[in-house]
Write a protein that binds this ligand. Structure first.
Ligand SMILES: Nc1nc2c(ncn2[C@@H]2O[C@H](COP(=O)(O)OP(=O)(O)OP(=O)(O)O)[C@@H](O)[C@H]2O)c(=O)[nH]1
Ligand SMILES: [Mg+2]
Ligand SMILES: [Zn+2]
Length: 337
């Protein structure tokens, strides 16, 4: 055991994504606890990665796994393998489930969100925009991955549409079944980097996880065929999990989502629709809705052909949905006299 006051060495943790952001959260009294990263959340225990390899973590009495998600950093007792506490998150991917009181954190401490879509019936700008809003809001950088290019004659058209969804957005065409995918995605998958894969069922997320993990992978992710008639997947993956990539980074696989509602994401939406947000100050009215007001700079941009009217429609829908689904903050307590 280390001498009192000297933190347990964390060499090796950096390759798991540990950084000063987490180190700074360790109190001197917590020096004997080891940093570990959550790979899988079970009902009443956790699978975590320690610098010595995977371990099964027990929870303290009365604790639940509800507070911890895949990608989280925790401190744990290295002898009893019991969770001590979760550290604050650098980035979060969260969404509110239908009627949910608090947002559900889907993954934590993700650097890059790979939004995966196939070049077929699955491709849907409005859905991709929802994922982008979520990524922006949570502090992760989105990248769009176009899969199944072999099923279309015009990957370039899909690429153009995807690139128009957000200023500066990277769009990469990959074949999840080809080892070349790792080289194409290398800029985001280096040592200590964490990526997460999201997108509809059947777009090839788990296939890509297995390719990025490389030949040394212990337990490959299960993958499944899609239905021929509508190109929909069958929800093969049912839980989120963290995997090592051959390039030295980490990848989180997630189950395909049926619907993604947007809430608590006003800033993420502003970033997503920067070209609309930036025009608003030029409108005559400060509270312009860009619908029918005179002197509207956004409508002027549409008239000039500089802005796609469909994009404005989708902006409006997303802003309204976000407003409807984000509960107003709790009313302030009455002031005491
Ligand atoms: N034609 C073609 N098929 C692909 C490609 N990439 C993946 N597939 C196939 O698509 C099917 C679905 O792949 P999965 O990796 O299971 O999809 P997923 O996104 O993990 O799906 P869920 O776990 O249900 O969310 C598998 O049969 C893959 O082999 C591709 O580029 N082209
Ligand atoms: Mg899957
Ligand atoms: Zn306006």
């Amino acid at each position: 055991m280390s001498s009192p006051g000297a933190p347990l060495p964390t060499e090796g943790a950096a390759s798991l994504g540990w950084s000063d952001f987490f180190e700074d959260q360790r109190a001197p009294a917590e020096a004997d606890f080891a940093p570990m990263r959550i790979a899988l959340v079970h009902r009443s225990r956790l699978t975590a990665l320690s610098t010595a390899g995977p371990v099964e973590l027990l929870l303290p009495v009365h604790a639940s796994t509800g507070d911890v998600t895949v990608g989280d950093w925790v401190l744990a007792d290295p002898r009893t393998l019991t969770l001590h506490r979760r550290l604050s998150r650098r980035t979060v991917l969260q969404r509110r489930t239908e009627g949910g009181k608090v947002p559900q954190v889907a993954a934590a401490n993700v650097d890059t969100l790979f939004v995966v879509t196939s070049c077929n019936a699955d491709f849907n700008p409005a859905r991709l925009e929802r994922y982008l809003a979520l990524a922006n809001q949570g502090g992760t950088d989105p990248v769009i991955l176009l899969t199944k290019g072999d099923l279309t004659d015009d990957v370039e058209a899909y690429r153009r549409q995807a690139a128009a969804l957000q200023r500066g957005l990277s769009v990469v065409g990959v074949n999840p079944r080809s080892p070349d995918a790792a080289a194409a995605l290398a800029p985001w998958c280096g040592p200590g980097q964490t990526v997460a894969l999201v997108g509809s069922s059947g777009v090839g997320k788990s296939t890509l996880v297995n390719t990025l993990a490389g030949p040394g992978q212990d337990a490959p992710q299960e993958t499944g065929a899609i239905r021929e008639h509508d190109a929909k997947g069958r929800h093969t993956t049912t839980a989120r999990s963290l995997h090592a990539m051959a390039g030295g980074g980490w990848v989180i696989d997630t189950p395909g989502m049926r619907t993604l509602h947007v809430s608590d994401a006003a800033e993420g939406i502003e970033t997503l629709f920067a070209e609309i947000t930036e025009l608003a100050p030029d409108c005559r009215f400060r509270d312009c809705t860009h619908a029918h007001e005179p002197g509207c700079a956004v409508q002027a941009a549409i008239a000039e052909g500089a802005l796609d009217p469909d994009r404005l429609d989708r902006w409006r829908k997303l802003v309204e949905e976000n407003r409807d689904k984000t509960p107003a903050t709790a009313p302030r307590r009455p002031r005491r006299h």
